[in-house]
Design a protein around this ligand. Structure first.
Ligand code: NAP
Length: 312
């Protein structure tokens, strides 16, 4: 029986996870197939229930379902509980376990960008979705003393702050309205800027204007497609140290692979596949559109297609 792992999200066609994980399964001779399931919120519970079948090793969960999935699994690991978001599901017999490997993935990115310098204590986070929750959780664990979250819809950022009220009780975690003057004032005081919004996948698109970026920041953009976003380009011009989302993608994926298979992830193989996808574009793979899909199967575009630039 071929085992199955699925990516559940909406949309999913753009994701690099399928190529990366399939290359890892194949390299270790694991009989498993990675499938892309495009599911709207209304079909999420049914999709999660299907994972209880014996042929499933587990799943990835992506935009926009990471928070909704929390109530649909049987058990949450510490990171999933702390963040209130799940990006990986594994099976324990018939039970489904929700994990958050984005937290460890982001920690790896933060360590990489800061390098040998002293770990800063003040961060600005743009976005308040599932990825932002993983970022904030990692920053709190890392000992940050002030984290300011900006989001298009302020109430969502306020909800994030409320979620972390206990674990952040010793420090200053706050939501602020997305006004350029407020952002500029906060950026002048911070050392770390993280883009955890979906803004930056289209050419020229960026969450904040270039002139707001001061020099000497550490800037991490979670977006990995394109590998160099407008924000990263602007930050380099401003004299900042920058990192795109690919390292986080690789690290969260390696942790996920280990949870599904119990084997060490072939990280070099996964990195090589990401390099290939970046250079050659995504190979066309069928996308299962589920019960809500009107057109049935569709295909992932090459890297230049609009679909390939949508959020991961
Ligand atoms: P999500 O839960 O759907 O949240 C999306 C976030 O983007 C929200 O804060 C949303 O603001 C904001 N946003 C979307 N469109 C916007 C717009 N037009 N203007 C301003 N803000 C906008 O998604 P997620 O799972 O957190 O993912 C967020 C991003 O992180 C995605 O681009 C994803 O690819 C990336 N990511 C990367 C990795 C990696 O391994 N590198 C891992 C996880 C996620 P509102 O709340 O106001 O709608």
């Amino acid at each position: 029986m071929t085992n199955r792992v699925v990516l559940i999200g909406h949309p999913v066609a753009h994701s690099f996870s399928g190529a990366m994980q399939q290359a890892a399964f194949d390299a270790l001779g694991i009989d498993a197939r990675y499938e892309l399931w495009d599911r709207r919120g209304i079909d999420l519970a049914d999709a999660i229930a299907e994972l209880r079948g014996d042929d499933f090793l587990g799943a990835n969960v992506t935009i926009p379902h990471k928070e909704h999935v929390v109530s649909l699994v049987d058990h949450l690991t510490e990171d999933a509980q702390a963040t209130g978001a799940v990006n990986v599901i594994s099976r324990d017999g018939k039970k489904l376990v929700g994990h958050n490997t984005d937290v460890a993935g982001f920690k790896a990115a933060l360590d990489k960008v800061v390098g040998k310098q002293k770990m800063p204590r003040h961060a600005v986070v743009l976005g308040a979705g599932g990825a932002a929750r993983a970022v904030v959780s990692a920053l709190i664990a890392e000992g940050f003393q002030r984290i300011v979250v900006f989001n298009r819809h302020l109430h969502r950022a306020e909800g994030l702050v409320r979620h972390f009220s206990r674990s952040a009780s010793h420090m200053d975690l706050r939501a602020m309205p997305w006004h350029e003057s407020v952002l500029e004032a906060e950026l002048a005081k911070t050392k770390v800027l993280v883009n955890a919004t979906a803004l930056g996948m289209a050419p020229g698109e960026t969450p904040i204007p270039a002139e707001l970026l001061p020099p000497d920041l550490f800037v991490i953009d979670l977006i990995y497609n394109p590998p160099v976003t407008q924000l990263i380009r602007d930050a380099v011009s401003a004299g900042d140290v920058t990192l795109g989302g690919e390292l986080m993608l690789l690290q969260q994926g390696a942790h996920a692979f280990e949870l599904w298979t119990g084997q060490a992830a072939p990280i070099d193989v996964m990195q090589a596949e990401l390099d290939k996808v970046r250079e050659e574009g995504l190979r066309q793979v069928p996308v299962d559109m589920g019960p809500a899909g009107e057109t049935g199967g569709s295909v992932a575009g090459a890297a230049g297609d609009t679909a390939a630039r949508r959020p991961a």
